[in-house]
Design a protein around this ligand. Structure first.
Ligand code: ATP
Ligand code: RIB
Length: 301
């Protein structure tokens, strides 16, 4: 029997522009296509969690508009419990402008909109059990993040980067920065196993129980007070890396809630995230449990 996964959602409609290369500051480039996808770190994470088969509860805020209605309908379709979602009367649903170049690398600007209207009261009213897992990112108000950190086993994806207190780090059962977030938090760029280990030590010394550095096409490095390991990403043809970190986080919480140890949960989550970069968009790229297991067994399809 799985513990429940509470995912603090942020919902953002992604406007995705295909460009020949990401523009430099002051440069214009021509866009070859425009597509809209459901996204937002928290929604991507909740859907990854649900598609991995875990009981998933979304807590978040969308606008009282058509896009907000569509986000809630999408979550319900995915089997996510939406009793803790609300709709803001004053702010629209979030949107993002995302440019993607042919090798899948992207540049993202986010208007968070209604996500910032999520309230601490929603966390307090949710009925989170201390044995459950809470996964949170930073596209919601800081007070919400803090409140969530006290409720259950707390996994923090510190993205997009913001300065976070040592007190919040000390609440983390796991913290999952990517390379740039790790550098911003620790002043150490994780380029090799020595610097990866040092960056993890910095966060472990501040009380995080597990540090997971996501390293793009290199995979993930994990360290706790007694164990560490490197989980390489499989070689894939990347077309769009948007949401890869979210897939990793959503799958991780799902597998831990199911009772996996870190090495098994990491093997699964790295595979799912790497599979997601072979497909365009955020939500449409998220694999199901069956797809991830096939990929683990057979390699890229
Ligand atoms: P994003 O902000 O795009 O959602 P992120 O920066 O939070 O992503 P990354 O560290 O880039 O997260 O990627 C998370 C995981 O996704 C990696 O650990 C890896 O498993 C997979 N991944 C990302 N990019 C690639 C790639 N080019 N090839 C294979 N796997 C990849
Ligand atoms: O992590 C990827 C997500 O970040 C995108 O879906 C975009 O909405 C931004 O919030």
């Amino acid at each position: 029997m799985s513990a429940s996964c509470w995912v603090i959602t942020s919902s953002v409609l992604d406007n995705v522009y295909k460009v020949p290369r990401l523009p430099q500051p002051g440069e214009s480039v021509l866009v070859s296509s425009i597509e809209k996808f459901f996204g937002g770190k928290g929604t991507n994470q909740a859907i990854a969690c649900a598609r991995s088969g875990a009981p998933t509860f979304a807590l978040g805020c969308v606008g009282e508009d058509e896009t907000g209605d569509e986000f809630i309908a999408l979550m319900m379709q995915e089997g996510i419990n939406v009793a803790g979602m609300r709709q803001s009367k004053t702010s629209p649903t979030g949107q993002a402008a995302i440019s993607v170049q042919p090798d899948g690398l992207n540049q993202i600007s986010v208007y968070v909109g209604a996500n910032m209207d999520m309230s601490v009261a929603q966390i307090e009213a949710a009925g989170i059990n201390p044995d459950d897992y809470v996964l949170c990112q930073l596209e919601v108000p800081f007070a919400v993040v803090q409140a969530a950190s006290h409720k259950a086993k707390f996994i923090l994806n510190p993205a997009p980067h913001s300065d976070i207190s040592d007190e919040l780090i000390s609440m983390c059962f796991a913290i999952t920065p990517n390379e740039t977030e790790a550098k911003a938090l620790t002043e150490i760029l994780p380029v090799d196993e020595i610097s990866m280990s040092k960056a993890c030590d910095y966060l472990l010394a501040r009380g995080a129980q597990n540090v997971l550095l996501t390293l793009g096409d290199r995979g993930v490095y994990w360290k706790s007070s007694s164990e560490s390991g490197f989980f390489p990403a499989p070689l894939v043809r990347a077309v769009d890396t948007t949401g890869a970190g979210d897939v990793f986080n959503g799958c991780l919480v799902a597998r831990l809630a199911h009772g996996d140890d870190f090495p098994s949960a990491l093997e699964y989550s790295v595979a799912a995230a790497s599979l997601s970069v072979t497909r365009p968009g955020a939500v449409p790229s998220i694999p199901t449990d069956g797809e991830t297991r096939r990929f683990l067994a057979e390699g890229q399809d």
